[in-house]
Design a binder for this molecule. Structure first.
Ligand code: SF4
Ligand code: SF4
Length: 313
C-alpha cells in the first residue's frame, strides 16, 4: 500500500506518515518506508509526505506519483489534479466537513474530530484511524502501536483517542480493503461518504474563513512577493503556529524588508491620516510563524516569541 500525504508544514503529515509506517513494520510485521518532501519554505507551506508498505524490503526510495490512498490534511490543497495521483481502485481521504461529489473521495471532518479531543484542530491522527478503518493492511491496534512508537508520551493518550474516534466514525471494522470497500460502494450506487462525528461545540471551534485577504480593508497595503502565490495561506491560521514575530517599533527603520520577504504576504503597512506609512504590522490571522521576517530584518527589531507565553500578553 502506498500513501501520499498532502499538508502544510506544521500539520503533522510527516508524523502521520511515520506512524503509519511504524504501525505496519513494528506491529503488522511488514516492511515500510516514510519520508517527506518540503518546498522552499517552512511552516505553513504546502508539503508532501509518503508512506510505502510492502511484504518485502523496499528498495525504491523515490517519491510517489500515484498511490492507493491520497490523504489531504488541508482541504485548500485539494485541486482538480487529484485523479492523476490515484491508482485504479484507490481512495482519497479528504479533511472536509462536507460531502464530495465523487464516490472515490471519503470526506472526514478531521479538524472537528481532533478539536473535540485536543481543543484545536490537528488532523493527522484522524486520517490514521480512517486508514485503519478502510484498509486491511494495518489494524487499529497496529495504528496504536505506530502512534506509541513515533509520538512523545505526552501526546500519545490524546492521539490514541483521536484514532479510535476516527476509526469508529468511518465505520471501521478493519476487514475490508480500501479498493473493495470502494467497489462495493460504487456498485451499490452509494452516496459519497462524509463523516460528521464531532459535537457541534467542537465544530464551532474550527476556524474556516477562506479568502479573507480579498475582503481586507486595505488590500493594496499587502505585499505581493514572488513567492506569495506558491506559499500563502488561503484560510486563517488553524492554530498550529508555535512562535510569533514581535516588532520593536522604537528600533524599526521602515526599510520594509520584512514586508517584502514575508513568504505569506502577512506584513502590511499602517498609514497615518495623511496616507504616509507610519509603521508595519503583522496580520496574525495568517502569519504562520516561519521566522523569515526576523531573519530578514537588518535592524534586528523582530523577535520570535513562544505563542503561548509573551505573545498573548
Ligand atoms: S510575518 Fe514573519 S513569521 Fe509571520 S509568516 Fe510572515 S515572515 Fe513568517
Ligand atoms: S525589516 Fe525590520 S526595520 Fe525593516 S520594516 Fe521590517 S521591522 Fe522595520
Amino acid at each position: 500500500m502506498e500513501v501520499i500525504w498532502h499538508a502544510r508544514g506544521g500539520q503533522g503529515a510527516f508524523t502521520a506518515a511515520r506512524a503509519l509506517g511504524a504501525a505496519a513494520a513494528l506491529s503488522g510485521g511488514l516492511h515500510a518506508l516514510a519520508f517527506p518532501t518540503f518546498g522552499p519554505e517552512r511552516r505553513g507551506a504546502p508539503m508532501r509526505a509518503y508512506t510505502k508498505i510492502a511484504a518485502s524490503p523496499i528498495g525504491d526510495r523515490s517519491a510517489l506519483r500515484q498511490a492507493d490512498v491520497v490523504a489531504y490534511l488541508d482541504e485548500t490543497l485539494f485541486d482538480d489534479g487529484w485523479e492523476a495521483e490515484l491508482k485504479p481502485g484507490g481512495i482519497v481521504l479528504l479533511n472536509a466537513p462536507h460531502p464530495a461529489a465523487d464516490p472515490r473521495i471519503v470526506c472526514v471532518d478531521a479538524d472537528a474530530i481532533s478539536a473535540e479531543v485536543l481543543g484545536r484542530p490537528i488532523p493527522n491522527t484522524v486520517l490514521l484511524g480512517a486508514i485503519a478503518a478502510l484498509s486491511d493492511v494495518v489494524t487499529l491496534e497496529d495504528v496504536h502501536e505506530g502512534i506509541k512508537a513515533t509520538m512523545s508520551v505526552r501526546l500519545q493518550e490524546a492521539n490514541l483517542r483521536i484514532a479510535d474516534a476516527a476509526f469508529k466514525a468511518v465505520g471501521g471494522g478493519g476487514s475490508a480493503r480500501a479498493s473493495q470497500e470502494l467497489d462495493a460502494r460504487v456498485a451499490a450506487g452509494a452516496r459519497p461518504v462524509t463523516v460528521h462525528d464531532a459535537s457541534e461545540a467542537a465544530r464551532q471551534n474550527v476556524t474556516r474563513t477562506p479568502y479573507l485577504r480579498e475582503t481586507f480593508a486595505l488590500p493594496e497595503d499587502f505585499a505581493r512577493s514572488t513567492c506569495f502565490t506558491g506559499g500563502h495561506l488561503v484560510s486563517e491560521n488553524a492554530g498550529w503556529r508555535s512562535v510569533r514575530p514581535v516588532l520593536d517599533e522604537t528600533v524599526c527603520t521602515l526599510c520594509l524588508q520584512c514586508y517584502l520577504l514575508c513568504p505569506d504576504g502577512t506584513i502590511f503597512k499602517v498609514r497615518d491620516e495623511e496616507g504616509n506609512v507610519e509603521r508595519v504590522a503583522v496580520d496574525f490571522a495568517f502569519c504562520k510563524g516561519c521566522g523569515v521576517c526576523a531573519k530578514a530584518c537588518p535592524a534586528g527589531c523582530i523577535r520570535m516569541v513562544p505563542e503561548r507565553k509573551e505573545a498573548r500578553a
